[in-house]
Write a protein that binds this ligand. Structure first.
Ligand code: GLP
Length: 238
């Protein structure tokens, strides 16, 4: 695990956007794993501004809320169109998110894993971290070998994500379809970005603590090619 600390949020975001743009330029047919959340909004702004082409890229998002269709403004499918896909030259047919409205969620999860495999696996997976220590929506006690599946969200996560639902945690869905920790660890390269003091404690546990299912991001210590980019506030307890 390579930990890179930048003085400000802006410089941490700029570095992550530059790394992604570099990979896309070096390999235009990149299979890119994407993440959501507020931290990523600035990464997507910087990627759009970079002018890098996504014309031959394929993307797979980490997760989607169960029960929210792509037209719901709270869905991650909507988030991705609004924040990135509608502003770059990507072919919408090459963008993928788990189907949170599928009647058979087990099948939808298996289909998602198959699609990733058929695309040749993920070259670069972008990650944020939740205050519960989750990557994707792999809440505490997710197995390190877990695959894409239906996961119940913790009260901490629903509170943390309430800002995107008008501030009311009760409006945040209770479940999500998420890539598993094992799915994420199979990506050839991992790039985690965390900014701000609210993430400092969980970042320290993920980076320096024991590898434990209680902090699923700690599993990233097992990956041979993982960069963790932090601003000084998020790195304060390292
Ligand atoms: C959601 C996503 C995670 C992301 C987290 C961080 O929970 N499912 O993949 O890491 O948000 O959110 P933020 O960047 O808003 O702190």
């Amino acid at each position: 695990m390579e930990v890179i600390v930048r003085p400000t949020r802006e410089s941490a975001v700029a570095l992550v956007a530059r790394l992604i743009a570099d990979r896309l330029r070096a390999r235009p047919e990149l299979v890119l794993g994407l993440a959501t959340g507020r931290t990523m909004e600035q990464v997507y702004q910087a990627l759009i501004a970079s002018g890098v082409s996504f014309a031959r890229a394929t993307t797979f998002n980490l997760d989607e809320y169960i029960g929210l269709g792509p037209e719901s403004p709270h869905s991650y499918a909507y988030y991705m169109r609004a924040r990135l896909f509608d502003h770059v030259d990507i072919d919408p047919a090459n963008t993928h998110l788990p189907d949170g409205t599928a009647s058979d969620l087990k099948q939808a999860a298996a289909d998602y894993e198959r699609l990733i495999r058929e695309a040749g696996g993920i070259d670069l997976q972008l990650l944020g971290i939740g205050e519960s220590g989750h990557i994707g929506f792999n809440e505490p006690l997710s197995a390190i070998s877990s695959r894409t599946r239906d996961k119940t969200l913790t009260p901490t996560t629903r509170r943390q994500n309430a800002a995107m639902f008008g501030g009311d945690p009760e409006r945040v869905p209770t479940r999500a379809l998420t890539m598993g920790v094992g799915t994420i660890l199979e990506a050839r390269e991992l790039l985690l970005l965390a900014c701000g003091s609210a993430k400092a404690e969980v970042v320290a546990r993920a980076v320096e603590g024991p590898i434990t299912a209680s902090v699923t991001a700690s599993a990233l210590q097992l990956h041979a090619n993982c960069k963790v980019v932090l601003d000084e506030e998020a790195a304060a307890l390292l």
